[in-house]
Structures are given as structure tokens and as C-alpha cells.
Design a binder for this molecule. Structure first.
Ligand code: HEC
Length: 98
């Protein structure tokens, strides 16, 4: 059983993979883009449902919070100064795991 900071880090990594990669893949794919498995995506989806859906909606649609899908979301996170790393940092540093 993982606990505390380590567990939280894995949650953030799994969520970043599940949410950020499909967005980024639709943008320009760099030559050495990391791959992820269906199992990792499934794990991220389950963690999202458990930890994030209360505030962001069961289907990432946003419930008084920013939608984590759709064209405006993709625009926000694919413009010049924002990369997958910024997205990861935003979730790691500011989102509550509840
Ligand atoms: C207590 C409610 C709450 C929970 C739980 C929560 N969020 Fe958020 N989230 C917000 C609010 C409010 C914002 C908008 C303010 C901000 O950007 O900090 C936001 C913003 C975001 C953004 C930036 C959206 C954008 O396009 O600007 C991302 C990404 C995000 N949340 C992901 C997550 C993930 C992943 C989880 C689960 C680990 C999570 N959030 C859990 C309330 C929440």
C-alpha cells in the first residue's frame, strides 16, 4: 500500500497520462513521443472518477469548473507557452485529490 506523497505522485502521473496524452497526440506529435498502455489509461480513468469527477464532471464536462475536454480545453493547453509538462504541474500542484 502506497501512502502520502508517493501515492499522490502516482495518481497525478496516471491522470496526466490518461488526460493529457490524447490531447497532445491530436496536436503535433513529436518524433519520440512516449507511449502508454490501455491499462494505464484505464487506471487513470478510474482514478479520475474517484478523485476528480466530483468537481469536473463524470465525462470531463466541467460542473462550474473548467471542462477537461473539448475545443476550448485543447486550445488552452496547446498554445505556445503551455505543454504537457505545464498540464502535469497544474494538476500536481493545485488539484485536490478528493
Ligand atoms: C474541489 C474541486 C476540485 C477537485 C477535486 C479537482 N479540481 Fe481540477 N479544478 C477545479 C477548479 C475550481 C479549477 C479552476 C481553477 C484553476 O484552474 O485552478 C480546476 C482546474 C483544473 C485544471 C485546469 C483546467 C484548464 O483548462 O484550465 C485541470 C487540468 C484540472 N483541474 C484537473 C483536475 C484533476 C486531474 C483532478 C483530480 C486529481 C482535479 N482537477 C480535481 C476544481 C477541482
Amino acid at each position: 500500500m502506497l501512502s502520502g506523497r508517493l501515492s499522490r505522485n502516482w495518481v497525478v502521473v496516471a491522470l496526466a497520462v490518461a488526460i493529457a496524452l490524447p490531447v497532445a497526440v491530436r496536436a503535433v506529435v513529436p518524433p519520440a513521443w512516449p507511449s502508454f498502455t490501455q491499462a494505464q489509461a484505464d487506471e487513470g480513468k478510474a482514478l479520475y472518477a474517484e478523485r476528480c469527477a466530483n468537481c469536473h464532471g463524470a465525462n470531463l464536462e466541467g460542473v462550474g469548473t473548467p471542462a477537461l475536454t473539448g475545443s476550448s480545453f485543447v486550445r488552452r493547453w496547446s498554445s505556445g507557452d503551455k505543454a504537457v509538462g505545464n498540464f502535469y504541474a497544474k494538476m500536481r500542484d493545485t488539484m485536490r485529490l478528493s
